[in-house]
Design a protein around this ligand. Structure first.
Ligand SMILES: [Zn+2]
Length: 113
């Protein structure tokens, strides 16, 4: 994973994002945010596992996007201890149409994709 510290290319709500291959953009003020790094590292692993299909599936399939994001947030929450915050973010920002309660269940049940 290559991390570029910048405020560019990120949506207002994002502290970080895998933007291309295994390249992640992280806000400079989140340099020490271990949970965020673990989250983005998981997204990089998902891309590495399916380099030719991951991005398209992630974009088009709600089910695949949920599976990928839920495990990334599970690993992040294991670092931060903030499962409620993880569930809130998963429900709000991943175009899934699920509540925070449903997101929390998905995070708790998440397994590696
Ligand atoms: Zn994510």
């Amino acid at each position: 994973m290559l991390v570029v510290y910048s405020n560019k290319l990120l949506k207002k709500w994002q502290a970080g994002c895998r933007v291309f291959c295994n390249i992640v953009v992280t806000r400079p003020d989140h340099r020490e945010n271990k949970g965020l790094h673990v989250h983005e590292r998981e997204h990089c692993k998902q891309w590495k596992k399916r380099p030719f299909s991951h991005d398209l599936r992630y974009w088009l399939s709600k089910k695949y996007r949920l599976a990928c994001a839920a495990i990334a947030y599970k690993k992040q929450a294991a670092c931060s201890g903030n499962i409620k915050g993880a569930a809130e973010s998963l429900s709000q920002y991943y175009r899934l149409g699920i509540s925070a309660e449903e997101a929390e269940k998905e995070i708790l049940q998440a397994k590696t994709v």
